[in-house]
Design a protein around this ligand. Structure first.
Ligand SMILES: [Zn+2]
Length: 431
């Protein structure tokens, strides 16, 4: 009788156990070797090792990482390329999205105008801002080549459309934290295991990351045009170390994620299910980080902006206020604030903007030019009708348009950019 009972319990346990083992979903990872085929990426010729091309280093490192991961039965590895060929950026992200991957890791090499630059860095998808038009994105993504097909796919992406913004914000809050976790692990390994110099983990708006519906990182493994680092990148030893560091970071990342979700892969202990984390609810207001107020106008890339992108300056009472990032997620707001403080804006703070709020007094206009008097043949006056001109202490200020919400002002600004009128400033006028 007891024996019978024991048998029943045993077989019940076995069924449970086998269910558990077979229901274990593999962790799907997409490994993306940057560039390929006609797109060599960064390259440089050296007298001793000949031509060193980014596309060869990235492929070699990715294949090494993949070989290590494939030995682990918990992982399913998908490659965007295994040969010297060029899948478009859309091919790469489509593949990742279609295969419902859990993680996307893109491997690249850096190059810089200064040949003294060296070290590693990892990028995660950064906070979006109003000026994500294709030209700006292309300039910022100078390591990433856009082909005709990509232009069609990504060209239609409009950061000012509500759908894109909502999708983007959701994606950010869900995946940013995980991406930052992996980025940190990768850079830690480069420093601690390989004794290399890490330039850090950064948020940036990169095409190959933006369209991914999963945590994603882009790893810059070193500088092709740095005399010493290039030889490390070209060497078997260097590539082995880089691959090992990336591999170990992925393993540790999965452990951390498993711990969080309560499903450790290899031990069969019954765990109390952790209470489900409440899904983060979007805030009513958008939040931007106020970096500083200054009487001086700084354009994109000015050292005064300390390397931060996605900055929206708004002129008010003769002062330029510089705002960084925009989000309606509390977690992303906190991350943006930290990014601003880390960059050196110690007094930065978050400011709420009610979406589509109409000004009760005054209006918004676009400052299109400040300086000496423009003559009638100038590009701006030829392109725009109804430009207003004001003179203050010998300086001419040209403004265009009159609207009552910040969103409408951003729209005008974008349409001006499309016409080739750049570095304009949104101005709040009280009268
Ligand atoms: Zn690259």
């Amino acid at each position: 009788m007891y024996k019978q009972k024991f048998k029943i319990i045993l077989s019940f346990l076995l069924i449970l156990l086998s269910n558990f083992i077979f229901s274990q979903k593999k962790f799907t990872i997409v490994l993306d070797a940057g560039h390929g085929g006609s797109d060599s990426g960064a390259k440089r010729s050296y007298s001793d090792i000949g031509l060193l091309a980014e596309k060869d280093v990235t492929l070699s490192v990715v294949l090494k990482v993949g070989r290590m991961l494939e030995k682990n039965k918990d992982f399913k590895v998908i490659y965007t390329r295994k040969f010297d060929e060029y899948p478009s950026l859309s091919d790469r992200t489509n593949l990742a999205n279609r295969s419902k991957a859990d993680l996307f890791v893109s491997v690249h090499c850096n190059s810089a105008q200064r040949s003294s630059a060296y070290g590693t860095e990892t990028y995660v998808q950064g906070p979006d801002q109003n000026d994500t038009n294709l030209e700006v994105a292309k300039r910022e993504n100078d390591v990433i080549f856009l082909d005709e097909k990509d232009r069609q796919t990504f060209g239609s992406y409009d950061a000012s459309s509500p759908e894109s913004l909502i999708a983007l914000k959701l994606q950010q809050s869900k995946y940013l934290e995980s991406s930052l976790l992996l980025g940190g692990l990768v850079e830690d390994n480069f420093v601690n295991k390989d004794k290399r110099f890490s330039r850090g983990v950064f948020q940036k708006n990169l095409h190959v990351l933006r369209m991914n519906a999963m945590p994603s990182v882009l790893i810059e493994t070193g500088f092709i045009n740095h005399a010493e680092e290039s030889h490390y990148l070209a060497s078997e030893k260097g590539q082995d170390e880089i691959a090992e560091s990336i591999y170990q970071a992925i393993i540790d990342y999965k452990k951390a994620i498993d711990r969080k979700s309560g499903g450790a892969s290899n031990n069969i202990t019954v765990k109390k299910p952790e209470p489900e984390k409440p899904v983060e609810v979007a805030l009513k207001n958008d939040f931007r980080i106020l970096l500083m107020s200054s009487p001086t106008k700084y354009n994109d890339g000015d050292p005064a902006l300390k390397g931060l992108n996605y900055i929206l300056p708004i002129k008010e009472n003769g002062q330029y206020k510089y705002y960084y990032g925009v989000t309606n997620m509390a977690s992303v707001k906190d991350i943006n604030l930290k990014t601003a403080k880390d960059a050196g804006f110690r007094n930065a703070f978050a400011v709420g903007f009610m979406p589509n709020q109409k000004l009760s007094t005054g209006y918004y206009t676009i400052e299109v030019y400040v300086g000496e008097k423009l003559n009638g043949n100038s590009f701006i006056l030829q392109t725009l009708k109804d430009v207003e001109r004001n003179k203050e202490s010998g300086v001419f200020y040209y403004t265009y348009g009159k609207v009552f919400t910040l969103e409408d002002a951003v729209k005008i600004q974008k349409s001006l950019e499309a016409k080739g009128i750049k570095n304009t400033i949104i101005q709040k006028v009280y009268r």
